[in-house]
Design a binder for this molecule. Structure first.
Ligand code: GDP
Length: 290
C-alpha cells in the first residue's frame, strides 16, 4: 500500500498499534491528531480536515478488521481510503481531440502550464496548439511564444490585437490542424466583474471541452472564493496546481476541488515545459502527510 512515505511522527504513532489487534478511541485520537497537524500545515481547509477526521475515527472504531489484520494495518487502510476520497482521482483527460481553457489569477502559472500541458499532449502523440488571448499583461504574447517554442508546439497570439474574443476565434481557425487546443486567458481575480464577463465571452466562442483552474500551491484558503466564482461563471472541470517544487504542499487546492466538485488534472513542478506531472493520488497524499 502507499503511505510508505508517511511523515515520521505519523508512522511512529501508527507503529505503536503494530502488536495490537483492537484499536481504542485513544489510539485513533492520536493518529487523527497527527494527520490533522500535517494537513493543516499543508493548507487543507479546516472543515475538510474535520470531516476526514470524524470519518477516520468512526470507521476505525466501528468497522471490524478482517481476521489477522493488525490494528495498525486496519487504521492505515482506512486513513488511505479516506485520503483518496479527499484528494480524488485525476481529472479525466482522454487522449483525443479537445479544447481546454485555462482560468486563474495572474501569476498563478497559467501561461507556463499551457505550454507544459501542450508538451505533455505532444509526448502522448497528439498535436497541440497554444492560443494566447491575454491582451492585458504586457509581455504575455512573447512569454507564451517562448514557452510554446520550447515545448515545440504550435502557437497563436496577436500582440497588436486588443480583443481576446477575436484572438480566440482567429486562433482556433489558424490552428485548425491541431487536435488539442489549449487556450490561455488573461489572469484575473474572480471578483472583477468586467474580466469575468470577458472570460465568459471567450468561453462562448471557444466552447471548451474542459475548463481548468490554475492555482499556485501556496494559495491556501483564497482558493475557495476563486473556485466558487469561476465555477459559477464558466464551470470548472479540473484544477492544475503549480509551483509544487517550492515549500507549499498545495492542500489549499483541495478546497477548490471540493468547491467545484471537480478533480486535479496536472501538477506543475518547475519553470520548464517538462516540469509537469499528471496528478496521481498516492504521491500527493504522501506529500500532504509527509
Ligand atoms: P500566469 O500569469 O498565470 O500566466 O503565470 P505565469 O505562467 O507567467 O507564471 C508566473 C511565474 O511563475 C513565472 O515566473 C513562472 O516561471 C513561474 N511558474 C509557473 N509555474 C511554475 C512551477 O510549477 N514552478 C515554479 N518554480 N515556477 C513556476
Amino acid at each position: 500500500m502507499v503511505l510508505d512515505d508517511l511523515g515520521t511522527s505519523l508512522r511512529g504513532t501508527l507503529d505503536t498499534l503494530r502488536g495490537k489487534s483492537r484499536v481504542t478511541e485513544e489510539d485513533v485520537d492520536k493518529v487523527v491528531k497527527e494527520i490533522q497537524r500535517s494537513l493543516i500545515q499543508a493548507d487543507v481547509d479546516i472543515a475538510l480536515v474535520q470531516d476526514l477526521s470524524s470519518r477516520i475515527k468512526e470507521r476505525s472504531l466501528e468497522e471490524e478488521p478482517p481476521g489477522g489484520t493488525s490494528a495498525r494495518d486496519h487504521v492505515l487502510k482506512i486513513v488511505y481510503e479516506e485520503m483518496v476520497g479527499l484528494v480524488g482521482d485525476s481529472t479525466d483527460l482522454p487522449l483525443e481531440e479537445q479544447t481546454i481553457m485555462l482560468a486563474g489569477l495572474q501569476g498563478s502559472g497559467k501561461t507556463t502550464s499551457a505550454a507544459k500541458m501542450a508538451w505533455w499532449f505532444s509526448k502522448k502523440g497528439l498535436r497541440p496548439a497554444v492560443i494566447q488571448t491575454d491582451t492585458f499583461r504586457p509581455g504575455a504574447y512573447d512569454q507564451a511564444k517562448q514557452m510554446a517554442d520550447r515545448a515545440e508546439v504550435e502557437y497563436y497570439g496577436d500582440p497588436d490585437a486588443d480583443d481576446p474574443v477575436q484572438i480566440a476565434r482567429e486562433g482556433l481557425e489558424a490552428t485548425s490542424d491541431a487536435d488539442v487546443h489549449i487556450v490561455d486567458t488573461a489572469g484575473r481575480h474572480a471578483l472583477e466583474d468586467d474580466l469575468i464577463d470577458e472570460i465568459e465571452d471567450i468561453e462562448s466562442v471557444v466552447d471548451p471541452d474542459r475548463n481548468l483552474l490554475v492555482l499556485d500551491a501556496a494559495i491556501g484558503q483564497g482558493a475557495k472564493d476563486q473556485a466558487q466564482q469561476f465555477d459559477e461563471s464558466i464551470g470548472i472541470d479540473g484544477v492544475v496546481i503549480t509551483k509544487l517544487d517550492g515549500t507549499a504542499k498545495g492542500g489549499g487546492a483541495l478546497t477548490a476541488v471540493d468547491q467545484t466538485d471537480s478533480s486535479i488534472a496536472f501538477l506543475g513542478t518547475g519553470e520548464e515545459v517538462a516540469d509537469v506531472e499528471r496528478f496521481e493520488p498516492d504521491g500527493f497524499i504522501s506529500r500532504l502527510l509527509g
